[in-house]
Design a protein around this ligand. Structure first.
Ligand code: UD1
Length: 359
């Protein structure tokens, strides 16, 4: 059985690692890894391959940055000859980034089977580029691997046949479970060397809706500067956000701004933080697993289980509401959560078993 995995952006890497690993034990499976090059900075890509022990990609499409149309089109044009040559039995696509939908479109037109890992998530907000990517990818996929029951329900409501859907759990948590002990050792060393404050707020912001509009970004940064007077704000900054801060001429030097961090270093920071403020998808899931309070600066989430079961609170994009929720956490009134079923480190193996059984 020939399997092609295609990944491109940072959040894909922690999802592909467990599936690659789990398929290794199936002797008859030959795996090819394609990197689209959507993310290309060493600290957005290479370091994740190293830390997650992902083999070097067999092919790199080197598409780089661009408008949505250009980036998606470039992946399609460059992936088509690769997949024609590889003649795989199935192509596995991950998450909801532009590389995901582009690869799915190519395969659908060539009649090549598609497996979508992390299928069925919906924010019901079509202004998010990721929502368009999710809707299209799921319509085209032949096998849909879902992280939670809400995803199965969404797919059922969209008329997707139940026999194509496999509830396997959360692959992102597989990577977390594997590397958390190393992250915790890093925390112990840091504590010994006294390099990090005892209590801090960990922040990530990169959604266009938060960082591309100068008034919204200004409001958020001002609130963070205010919080920083009482509690250190640690903020690894995505390249897009870094560019916007510079373009709009904001001064956020009093915050602890870092370049994007490697996986293990970021996991270590999350595990020990007083709270996380984010607009990321995956971090909502990771904080739920870790039991760390998470305030999500978005009006909606495609991961509602992190709110209904986990530690996530959707605060919207209003700095006042964010301030109230920060105060709640600091007053010891943070929401307590539980870990959703099948978020325990074995989702990759379940995907591998389904593939081995079906193909
Ligand atoms: C992409 C995903 C988003 C995911 C995020 C994680 C889509 C539509 N969006 O958004 O779902 O949460 O990745 O990071 O696929 N850049 C660099 N170096 C890089 C990569 C990007 O400097 O290695 C800069 C470029 O200026 C680029 C901008 O970041 O234009 C945005 O990159 P892009 O891949 O288009 O989208 P992300 O915002 O990273």
């Amino acid at each position: 059985m020939k399997v092609v995995h295609i990944v491109g952006a940072r959040p894909n890497f922690m999802k592909v690692a467990p599936v690659l690993n789990a398929l290794k034990v199936h002797r008859r499976v030959v795996q090819t890894l394609v990197h689209t090059g959507q993310h290309y900075d060493a600290n957005m890509s290479d370091v994740f391959f190293q830390q997650l022990s992902i083999p070097a990609p067999d092919v790199n499409l080197d598409v780089g940055s661009g408008t949505h149309a250009r980036q998606t089109a470039d992946v399609m044009i460059r992936f088509e000859p690769v997949v024609l040559k590889a003649k795989p039995d199935i192509v596995l696509v991950y998450g909801d980034v532009n590389s995901t939908v582009a690869a799915a479109l190519v395969c659908a037109k060539l009649g090549i089977r598609i497996g979508h890992v992390e299928a069925g998530l919906r924010s019901f907000d079509r202004t998010m580029p990721e929502e368009i990517n999710r809707l299209i990818t799921d319509q085209l996929a032949d096998m849909l691997f879902t992280p939670s029951e809400d995803a199965d329900l969404n797919l059922r409501n969209e008329g997707i046949a139940a026999e194509k859907v496999f509830l396997v759990g959360n692959v992102m948590i597989d990577s977390l479970v594997r590397l958390l002990p190393i992250a915790q050792r890093l925390n112990d060393n840091r504590r010994n060397h006294n390099r990090m404050p005892e209590r801090y707020v960990l922040v990530t912001l990169h959604r266009p809706s938060n960082v591309d509009d100068s008034a919204t970004l200004k409001g958020l940064l001002e609130l963070l500067l205010e919080v920083n007077c009482d509690l250190s704000v640690v903020f690894p900054v995505h390249p897009r956000t870094r560019q916007r801060i510079a373009e709009f001429g904001f001064n956020a030097d009093r915050l602890r701004l870092f370049d994007p961090l490697p996986y293990i270093e970021f996991l270590a920071l999350q595990a020990r933080s007083t709270m996380v403020i984010t607009d990321s998808g995956g971090i909502q899931e990771e904080t739920t697993y870790l039991g760390v309070p998470c305030l999500t600066v978005r009006d909606n989430t495609e991961r509602p289980i992190t709110v209904s079961k986990g530690t996530n609170v959707l605060v919207g994009r209003n700095p006042e509401r964010l301030r109230t929720e920060i105060c709640n956490v600091l007053a010891g009134k943070a929401k307590k959560g539980t870990v959703p079923p099948l978020w325990e480190g074995h989702a990759g193996e379940r995907i591998a078993n389904v593939l081995a059984g079906q193909l």
